[in-house]
Design a protein around this ligand. Structure first.
Ligand code: NAD
Ligand code: GLY
Length: 360
């Protein structure tokens, strides 16, 4: 097992990464400081892993909430079901919530923990690659609104993250690829050497080689932990983690939550960001080609959906947490391994990207 630390003063916490971690009671129980425990998961993950978690908790008063599965259920309404259970069970302020699942469950469980009695402890047990390399680390929690993705939320750090690579065995190939989109992101924004490693090892990752996956998870978490430690509430460098996300969120909202996986939308959005970076003279044609090729080799889509015209795209991109005074702000690339957040976006070049990039 590898242990990384997210350094945030009194809110610091460990990320445990390895195999067989869900079988280790002590990893879980040492972070539970209460008798009352609520496990939040969904109907797909519950039959796979809920029992394994519950077996470690015979001495606790445990309740469970099993939510429907899907991005379209990442709503305030479904978070209310968590509050209902906490209140019906008379859970106190010292209770602990365990979020067992992918990014949807982690974001919702964390948000419920942030809000219930103004904050109870919570543990992240991420079960998708995407959640292990990104969403479970850093304390961004929240839900979607019909008008904008992740627009309701809170920064709220977990007590620990337990990333057991064995749970990826049950993840389907499409979800694995979607998780790799966020892995590639770290290479693009700040780790050119990792990007090159990914180019050389994408076959092994897709074949679920355990060593390759362990390297990818560790290197991603290391990058994320450093960024979060430097900028917990996204006043600066943390925004670079949103490479491709403004385009991607517009795709997710515009086409309907759940149609594209988050990682798929991010892959397309990253290609759009790369195209715009090339138009600004920062990336070369060869850089953009490398980026598109890696996403294609990862079995991810690279072209935006036909039905989203540029006007609708722009309208959707105007609802984004990075925007300042209603103006769109984008994360772009100065080079592979170096992201930038320009203060304003050249609207003519952006229009060119939206009108031409990926359109047949
Ligand atoms: P997800 O949570 O919907 O999980 C994907 C699918 O895999 C679901 O059907 C789920 O039930 C299933 N699943 C989960 N674990 C499994 C397992 N081990 N075996 C079999 N099936 C399993 O999606 P995701 O890709 O994990 O997360 C996407 C969400 O994360 C989005 O809502 C996105 O906005 C959010 N996100 C948040 C952050 C953050 O910093 N908080 C960062 C990136 C993404
Ligand atoms: N996934 C973006 C962030 O954590 O900031």
């Amino acid at each position: 097992m590898k242990t990384l630390q997210v350094e945030l003063g009194e809110r610091s916490y460990p990320i445990y990464i390895g195999s067989g971690l869900l079988k280790r009671s002590e990893l879980l129980t040492k972070h539970i400081k209460s008798r009352q425990v609520l496990v939040v998961t969904n109907e797909t993950i519950a039959p796979l892993y809920l029992e394994t978690i519950l077996q470690h908790l015979p001495e606790y008063i445990v309740e469970t909430v099993i939510l429907p599965d899907g991005e379209q259920y990442k709503t305030l309404d479904k978070v209310s079901r968590i509050f209902d259970k906490l209140l019906a069970g008379k859970f106190s302020r010292n209770a602990t919530l365990i979020a067992l699942g992918g990014g949807v469950i982690g974001d919702m469980g964390g948000f419920a923990a942030a809000c219930y009695q103004r904050g109870i402890a919570f543990l992240q047990i991420p079960t998708t690659l995407l959640a292990q390399v990104d969403s479970s680390v850093g304390g961004k929690t929240g839900v979607n609104h019909p008008l904008g993705k992740n627009m309701i939320g809170a920064f709220y750090q977990p007590q620990c993250v337990i990333a057991d690579a064995d749970v990826l065995d049950t993840l389907d190939d499409r979800q694995l690829s979607a998780g790799l989109a966020e892995v590639i992101k770290y290479g693009l924004i700040r780790d050119a050497e990792f990007f090159e490693w990914l180019e050389n090892n994408i076959g092994a990752l897709l074949a679920r080689d355990k060593n390759a996956l362990a390297t990818a998870i560790e290197r991603s978490c290391l990058n994320k932990a450093e960024i979060v430690a430097a900028d917990e509430t996204e006043t600066g460098v943390r925004a670079t983690l949103n490479l491709g996300h403004t385009f991607g969120h517009a795709i997710e909202t515009g086409v309907g939550y759940g149609e594209y996986l988050h990682g798929e939308a991010v892959a397309i959005g990253t290609c759009q960001a790369a195209d715009l970076s090339r138009r600004l003279g920062w990336l070369t044609d060869a850089d953009v080609e490398r980026i598109i090729t890696l996403f294609k080799n990862t079995k991810l889509p690279v072209n935006p959906p036909e039905q989203l015209g540029s006007e609708r795209f722009l309208d959707l991109m105007a609802v984004d947490k990075k925007n300042v005074d209603g103006q769109i702000r984008l994360i772009l690339l100065k080079q592979i391994g170096l992201a930038t957040l320009p203060t304003d976006v050249n609207s003519e070049l952006l229009a060119l990207t939206l009108n031409t990039y990926g359109r047949k």
